[in-house]
Design a protein around this ligand. Structure first.
Ligand code: TYM
Length: 327
């Protein structure tokens, strides 16, 4: 039997380079490997755990689907669907939540971060976020999950749930591992923390024009361009990291040598980097423009993806219900 893979992205806005390098690149690699059966979704239910607008929610969901497809997800190779369309998911989430303590959930770093970010929105679903994610993954008995490093604490919970269910109820869940990509931590353009949808000025979107990419990079803080040690944090580190991803390791090493010797001219580094990023994004944007004109095709793909996912999901749920004595 093929090994299964599952991943998802919340519908909080169009994808940026962090999502692309940390998650989508890994999703593409596994989709193109015939040893794996891949399930990729838009995590609309997880999106509800932080403040959201109902008005444009459907278009935000479609934005992720369009970004996925234009970046190269191929519905012939993967099942592409919307998380909430799989009815079995919430039932499994509830069953799993009976096996997880509140104390364990309260200690998860991502939960603590969200409390700080949205102190007035500490809802029960936010606490249960990792359990829903464990159910997402284990519903398909996925062994690999292509996600960035920030999702590791959630995967740890998924492994704990798998172990507990297997020990207590004799199920056969695999312990899912992160599928690691080179870009599993893309730093922010602001030079602080990771590239993120919720921090303004921190990211470059897959849909950004060359002009916008230049403007965004122009704001990344730099230094004199010369010194005894190449910075391993801050804006300069972000620029060098992006150089490595889009222009190669050699190019980064050349800049590092320049930094220690003659100095870097950031205006030309930024100009060249913007061109290199845009070169990769241009074909993605062209595909997106075509897909945007065909909403019926998108609906059809999502329906087919849901059917494939539901088939696996209903088998797993029934196994768990039997194992727990519910049927
Ligand atoms: P979300 O929507 O926050 O992020 C989507 C994906 O992008 C990755 N990512 C990054 N990778 C590298 N560098 C960055 N700066 C960066 N920023 C974001 C994230 O690691 C993630 O892979 N909980 C998930 C959604 C989800 C899910 C799942 C994922 C729900 N159920 C089941 C996998 C399996 C999330 O919040 O992703």
């Amino acid at each position: 039997m093929k090994k299964r893979v599952l991943s998802g992205i919340r519908a909080t806005g169009r994808l940026h380079l962090g999502n692309y390098l940390g998650a989508v690149k890994g999703m593409l690699e596994l989709q193109n490997n015939p040893e794996y059966e891949t399930f990729y979704m838009v995590a609309d239910l997880h999106t509800l755990t932080t403040p959201f607008e109902t008005k444009d929610f459907q278009s935000k969901i479609k934005d992720i689907v369009l970004d996925y497809l234009s970046a190269g997800l191929d519905p012939e190779k993967c099942a592409l669907f919307v998380q909430s369309h799989i009815k079995e998911l919430l039932e499994l989430t509830y069953l799993f939540s009976t096996q997880v303590t509140v104390a364990r959930m309260q200690h998860i770093p991502t939960f603590k971060e969200k409390i700080k970010q949205y102190p007035k929105n500490v809802n029960v679903a936010l606490l249960n976020y990792p359990v829903l994610m464990a159910a997402d993954i284990l519903l398909y008995k996925a062994t690999f999950v292509p996600v960035g490093i920030d999702q590791e604490p959630h995967l740890e919970i998924a492994r704990e749930v798998a172990r507990k269910m297997n020990e207590k109820f004799g199920t056969d869940f695999p312990e899912p591992k992160r599928f690691i990509t080179k870009g599993d931590y893309v730093p922010s353009l602001t030079g602080e923390g990771k590239m993120s949808k919720s921090i303004s000025g921190s990211s470059i979107l897959l849909t950004d024009s060359l002009e916008t990419i230049k403007e965004r990079l122009a704001k990344t803080p730099t230094d004199l361009g010369k010194g005894d040690k190449v910075p391993d944090s801050g804006g300069v580190n972000t620029l060098l990291t992006l150089v490595e991803f889009f222009e190669g390791k050699d190019k980064r090493e050349n800049y590092e040598k320049d930094y220690l010797k003659d100095g870097i001219k950031y205006s030309s580094l930024k100009e060249e980097l913007a061109e290199a990023i845009y070169k990769e994004l241009k074909p993605i944007q062209e595909r997106r423009a075509k897909l945007e004109r065909d909403p019926e095709y998108i609906e059809k793909i999502l329906k087919e993806g849901s059917l494939k996912a539901t088939k696996v999901a209903s088998e797993t749920l029934l196994e768990v219900k039997k194992a727990m004595g519910l049927v």
